[in-house]
Structure formats: C-alpha cells, structure tokens
Design a protein around this ligand. Structure first.
Ligand code: GLP
Length: 262
C-alpha cells in the first residue's frame, strides 16, 4: 500500500485526476470504477478540464459506479446517477452505453445486484477503482461489519452515514435507509485502487485503514491486503498516521488473502 500525503484538497484532486488520465491514455478502453460524494468532485472537474483542453479521450472508456441509493430514480437530484451525469459524464465524450450504475429502482433488487456483478465480470473486471472513505471507514456503501467476501448487494445504511449524507437531501428523514453497493470482494478484484481522503473528519478512518488491524469493522482496512493500492490524502486527513505504513507492505498477508479469495 502506498500513501501519498499532499498539501490540500486541490493537490489531492490534481494528483488523482492525473492517475486516472494516465490510465486512460495508456489503455483507451480502460474500465474505471467510480465513486461519488464530495471527495472526488475536484478530480472530476480536473478530468473535464483535461478532456476540454488536452483532448483526453473517453470514447472507449467503460465505467462502473460503486453504489446507488435504493429507491432513488436516476433523475432524483440526490441520486448517484444524477451526480455522475452532472459532474462528469455530460461534460466528456463517454458513450452512454459504456456507463454502468446500479439501478436504485429495480423491482427485483437481488437480481439487479447479481446482474451488476455479472456485468463487471463480463467486462473483465475493473482496471482502476477510485474510492472515497466514510468517517466510519466504509468504502462504497459497505458499512462496518460487511463481509469481506461480499459482492454487489443491498445494504442498510448506518445512522452515521445517514447523518453524513443528509446534506444532499432536504432533510435527514429523506435520506434513503438502504443502498445498492459493490461488495468488498467486487472492489478487491480491481487491478489498481486509488483511495482519496481530505479533511480532518476522515483522519481517524484513514489511520485505522492504513495502520490499524485488518478488520471487517473498518471496511477500508482490507485494502492493506490488495497488491496495488494508493491512498492520496491531504495533511488534515493524514494527521493521525504515524508513518509505520512504510513497512506495511503486508506481503505475507497478501499471500494469505490471495489463497483464500482468488
Ligand atoms: C458516501 C459514498 C461513498 C463515499 C463516502 C464519503 O456515503 N457512498 O462512496 O466515499 O460516503 O463521502 P464524502 O466524499 O462525501 O465524504
């Protein structure tokens, strides 16, 4: 696991966009795993700029989003469909048929989750997965306690997540209580993973994910066992790191995890 500590949100966003752009330049038909929330907004702005000013070409790129609220239609302003179109897709030359986001209105949720996982598998799995992190250590919407072996599934949001995301809704009671999310195993199958974190509110989660024990109670801690993960965190989010992650290459643990899961 590599941890890059940058000055602030602007630098994190620029660096993250460069990682994504490098992937797209190197592999024009790259499969990107995308995240929502406030954290990647600056990265998306920068990617739009790279498309407009330098012709970064998304015409063959395929995307899979991590999650969607259960019960929200794609045109609901707080849905992740809406977010993705507003903040990225409508500004770049991606083909609509190459965009995948779980359907929050699916009548048969279990079937939708299975289909979503099958679409990822059929595409050949994700080349680069971008992640944010919840203050409780969640990735995607995989709340503490989620099985490390999980694939795309319906989850119950925790009270802290509902409160944290209430800012996107008229009131807290309007926040859906459930969401469809790629599972931990779906995320771990990605070839490269980039996790972004900014601000003091994420500092404890970052320290627990990077330097704490690998535990289902901190979903992001599983990333210690992935062979190609980079965290880009700003100074505020990095404030509780002690530096021991330099030796946290975890080769033995990687081997153990590979044996059990691949
Ligand atoms: C949300 C999303 C996650 C996101 C996280 C942090 O609930 N489902 O994908 O990474 O919480 O959000 P933010 O970046 O707004 O702090």
């Amino acid at each position: 696991m590599k941890v890059k500590i940058v000055e602030d949100y602007a630098e994190m966003s620029r660096d993250a966009a460069e990682v994504v752009a490098a992937m797209v330049r190197q592999k024009p038909n790259a499969i990107l795993g995308l995240a929502t929330g406030s954290t990647p907004l600056g990265m998306y702005q920068k990617l739009v700029q790279l498309h407009r000013e330098e012709g970064l070409d998304f015409s063959r790129v395929i995307t899979f989003n991590l999650d969607e609220y259960y019960g929200l239609a794609p045109d609901h302003p707080a849905s992740y469909h809406y977010y993705m179109w507003e903040n990225l897709f409508r500004h770049i030359n991606i083909r609509p048929e190459n965009i995948h986001i779980p359907d929050g209105t699916a009548a048969d949720v279990e079937k939708e989750c299975k289909n979503y996982e099958a679409r990822i598998r059929k595409a050949g799995y994700i080349d680069l997965q971008v992640l944010g992190i919840g203050a409780n250590g969640h990735i995607g919407f995989n709340e503490p306690g989620t099985d490390f072996g999980s694939e795309t599934h319906l989850i119950e949001l925790t009270e802290t997540t509902i409160q944290a995301n209430a800012r996107f809704f008229a009131s807290e009671k309007d926040v859906p209580r459930q969401a469809l999310s790629m599972g931990i195993k779906s995320i771990m199958r990605s070839r490269h993973i980039l996790l972004l974190a900014s601000g003091e509110a994420k500092a404890e989660a970052v320290a627990a994910a990077v330097e704490g024990p690998v535990t289902q109670m901190v979903p992001a801690s599983i990333l210690q066992l992935h062979p190609d993960v980079t965290f880009i965190v700003d100074q505020a989010a990095a404030q509780y790191l002690t530096g021991s992650f330099d030796v946290l290459l975890q080769n033995e643990k990687n081997a153990e995890y590979d044996k059990a899961n691949r």
